[in-house]
Ligand binder design. Structure first.
Ligand code: HEM
Length: 311
């Protein structure tokens, strides 16, 4: 048990949890990044609801959203840390895990402040359908990200999160990694998006994505993939110049990604002039951490069809 508020101790323990031989590409980092993003990406600026405060994914209403399929692994990987530092809220732990993972996997420093509170019941869990659907295009991306308060440049920067990790047939229904080294944060995603010859492919489950089949690859080698939403970044007039800039200039991408991700995890968090969170979502008030939920990755029952979120 660390001293309450000793976030550096938590950071160290998160970093030590990343190495996972036998899980995906050997790191829990990508799923931590997605957990941080999905816990924050429910924000709606107009109604000032959703966002990372609350950690609503502990409840079936949000955790069982098909858009969040697979994130139970990330949450379960973080349980030993919650146990060791019970004073930290889940909402702080999940956002911090994303920030630590990005840094440890070679990405930029991302400013992070603690103080989020956890909801005490599911009455303020945001409605489903607020997260993006990879099967769609540029209009959909704008609809989703403008709602949170992002602009076109920030959308492209954030989409660079796909330098990490992979799609899983049993989670989203899409299949494969975006880059050849999915546990190293870089600007490869943008380079490959522009350079490779992406071909549409219909999967056995009926989903459509884009793949690059390397003619020199061994037969059992997994092709790289792009989602329809990723491809929209290079065909849309306003998104495309940013894809080009980020492909050419890794430092610029890291700088813009860091700023956009820091903004993402602060959406809906209200702080006073000293930086203390003043959100009143948690009726108990103050810095209140929710009790532990589970040590194991439990999720919604497996749906029969593809897990694509229906909007
Ligand atoms: C632009 C709209 C976005 C769409 C449509 C989208 C869609 C997806 C989909 C379908 C997956 C595969 C999930 C699975 O099967 O496990 C995925 C994974 C991932 N996404 Fe996104 N995403 C978007 C934005 C972002 C953003 C903003 C970030 C972070 C900055 C991000 C980070 C990730 C990561 C790290 C993974 C890999 C997770 C893993 O390996 O388990 N995505 N995304």
């Amino acid at each position: 048990m660390s001293k309450p508020g000793d976030f550096d101790a938590v950071r160290k323990d998160i970093a030590a949890q990343l190495h996972r031989p036998g899980y995906d590409d050997g790191s829990a980092g990508p799923v931590f990044v997605r957990l941080a993003w999905h816990s924050s990406g429910t924000y709606d600026a107009e109604s000032d609801t959703g966002g990372s405060n609350g950690a609503g994914m502990r409840y079936e209403a949000e955790g069982g959203d098909p858009a969040n399929a697979g994130l139970q692994h990330g949450r379960a990987f973080l349980e030993p840390i919650k146990e060791k530092h019970p004073w930290i809220t889940y909402s702080d732990l999940w956002t911090l895990a994303g920030v630590v993972a990005i840094k440890e996997l070679g990405g930029p420093d991302i400013p992070w402040k603690g103080g989020r509170t956890d909801l005490v019941d599911d009455s303020k869990v945001p409605p489903r359908g607020r997260l993006p659907d990879g099967a769609q295009g540029a209009d959909h991306l704008r609809f989703i990200f403008y709602r949170m308060g992002f602009n076109d440049q920030e959308i492209v920067a954030l989409a660079g999160g796909h330098n990490l990790g992979r799609c899983h047939g049993d989670r989203s229904g899409f299949e494969g990694p975006w880059v050849t080294n999915p546990t190293r944060f870089s600007n490869s995603f943008f380079k490959l998006l522009l350079q490779l010859d992406w071909q549409p492919r219909k999967l056995a489950n009926g989903m459509s994505q884009f793949v690059y089949v390397d003619p020199d690859a061994a037969e059992d080698e997994e092709p790289l993939m792009m989602l329809p939403t990723d491809m929209a970044l290079k065909t849309d007039e306003a998104f495309a110049p940013w894809v080009k800039k980020y492909a050419e200039d890794k430092d610029l991408f890291f700088d813009h990604f860091s700023k956009a991700f820091a903004k993402l995890i602060e959406l809906g968090i209200q702080r006073d002039e000293k930086g203390v969170v003043i959100n009143t979502d948690n009726k108990l008030g103050g810095y209140v951490s929710a009790p532990k939920k589970s040590n194991v990755a439990t999720g919604p029952p497996k749906p029969k069809g593809p897990l694509r979120p229906r909007l």
